[in-house]
Design a binder for this molecule. Structure first.
Ligand code: 4AD
Ligand code: MG
Length: 465
């Protein structure tokens, strides 16, 4: 019988000497006189288990197959290790090779590989030190997020992946259809989508927010955590076509409450991952970005800054007039570009900053209009190195104002009938935000390309694996 469990993590932490067994993939092998050392990893922790094989104890034919990349079972005695670098080691009495890996062709050799090369072997990069650490952090981060909201009584709601409305009103959607593209049904000179699978045009969702609002106006505090899709042609290190988003939606909450929730949330998940993934973060700090640990500790322990959009633009204008060069123009009414966001958070404040009250024209239709009639209760949380990590707002809960905004944004009113009806029956002030899961991963790990913090990245022109 082969049973699961018996993680290398537990062997490394447990008592020795004792009889023990380990299963995993060979990272490296080193040969001494009549004795061979293998670094074995099963993904359960950053550290490998050293397996010591004596030529007399293990058949030569078996030993020959124990090479980098091979999957083996090693059984023997776990003993205190005389060597440096590990507290215990496994002295093998028996080795079973589940699957060999021809050293002549196995692509993951000991020498360092570029992240670009590893992206091309996404089926094997999971066994490298870097991606082992990335995906353990990703797992811990997901758990931290659920824990934060569950501890506070939020209801986890599963919003649909296939959607008929554009939640952001930005038109960057992937269409979902089963129509025969070579033979499209026509009516009145256009395509007849009543013959499509759902009897209408449908898309992959860009956000679960609008559906989350339905739930917040019944369950008070809710959150979504699911995949979202954007067909924007942004080939940057910070954009994916398929990414994961966490969207809390909170009834009886205004923008100030939303801002506080976002800050508490980010600090909580940082502290959790710092605690849970210490060895992995140590690795990122040593090999990827030497500022990661200090930055995270600093952020977890200090207050975020808060400025209005209007103040932020003034700061940028002053910097520009003082000789700071920006590629894109700055001025009231223009959206903040990534370079502007990074200037504010990296050079002015040197910590996360929350910018609020943006011009209505550059933000989505659902954000609550301020009394000045030209700004909305929007907030973006900007983080050093990343720029925008969270986008959110207080929602427009007044029927007439919302209807007017949908029309001004040129959106098809009939698609939003239920969203409007929520404002007709038992409306309430409410607010929420969306955290880009992969942006948060970049922040935690110091990884510079968003393609390297998601198992299988989808970007323009690329959907391998
Ligand atoms: O600012 P966004 O577009 O906001 C929304 O979708 C709202 N419905 C959220 C809400 O209020 N419930 O996206 C939220 C976050 C961004 O701040 C960013 O971190 C991330 O999602 N994001 C992306 N991450 C990776 N690739 C992309 N193409 C992204 N677009 C947005
Ligand atoms: Mg945004």
């Amino acid at each position: 019988m082969i049973e699961p469990g018996g993680y290398i993590r537990d062997l490394l932490a447990g008592p020795a000497p004792r009889a023990a067994e380990a299963r995993g993939w060979v990272k490296t092998r080193r040969d001494g006189k009549g004795v061979h050392f293998v670094q074995l990893n099963d993904g359960s922790c950053f550290q490998d288990l050293q397996v010591v094989m004596e030529a007399g104890a293990i058949p030569a034919e078996t030993l020959r197959q124990v090479t980098t990349g091979a999957c083996i079972r090693a059984a023997g005695d776990l003993t205190p290790s005389p060597g440096a670098g590990q507290a215990v080691e496994l002295r093998a009495r028996e080795i079973e090779v589940y699957g060999g890996a021809d050293p002549a062709s196995y692509p993951l050799q000991k020498k360092g590989h570029t992240l670009e090369f590893l992206r091309e072997i996404a089926h094997l990069r999971t066994r490298s030190n870097t991606f082992g650490a990335v995906f353990r952090v990703r797992n811990a981060l997901a758990f931290a997020i659920h824990r934060f909201f569950q501890e506070r009584g939020f209801l986890y709601v599963h919003t649909p992946v296939i959607s008929a409305s554009d939640a952001e009103g930005a038109g960057a959607m992937f269409q979902v259809t089963t129509l025969d593209l070579m033979n499209l049904p026509r009516s009145n000179g256009g395509i007849d989508f009543t013959q499509d699978f759902f009897g209408r045009k449908t898309f992959l969702t860009v956000s679960g927010q609008l559906e989350a609002e339905i739930f917040a106006l019944a369950f008070s505090n809710v959150y979504t955590f699911g995949p979202t899709f954007r067909a924007e042609n942004s080939n940057t290190p910070r954009h994916l076509a398929e990414f994961w988003m966490i969207e809390p939606e909170v009834a009886f909450c205004d923008l100030d409450g939303n801002r506080r929730l976002a800050e508490e949330f980010l600090k909580y998940i940082i502290a959790f991952v710092l605690d849970r993934c210490a060895a992995d973060l140590e690795f990122f700090n040593k090999r990827i970005d030497s500022t990661v640990l200090a930055t995270l500790a600093h952020v977890a322990g200090s207050d975020f800054e808060h400025v209005s959009y209007t103040e932020a633009v003034r700061m940028l204008e002053r910097a520009r007039d003082g000789g700071r060069a920006f590629e894109f123009p700055v001025g009231w009414g223009m959206d903040l570009q990534s370079e502007h966001e990074r200037y504010l958070t990296e050079e002015v404040f040197r910590k996360p900053v929350i910018v609020t009250d943006y011009p209505a024209e550059i933000k989505a239709f659902y954000m609550r209009l301020n009394d000045d009639g030209r700004t909305v209760r929007a907030m973006d949380v900007l983080a050093p190195r990343i720029g925008e990590i969270i986008g959110g707002s207080q929602r427009e809960e007044r029927y007439d104002v919302l209807l007017d905004k949908i029309r001004r944004h040129g959106l098809p009113e009939q698609d939003y009938w239920w969203y409007l009806e929520l404002r007709k029956y038992g409306t309430a002030p409410h607010a929420g935000f969306g955290l880009g899961f992969e942006r948060m991963m970049m922040y935690l790990t110091g990884m510079k390309n968003i393609r390297d913090v998601i198992p299988f990245p989808r970007t323009p022109g690329s959907a391998a694996f």
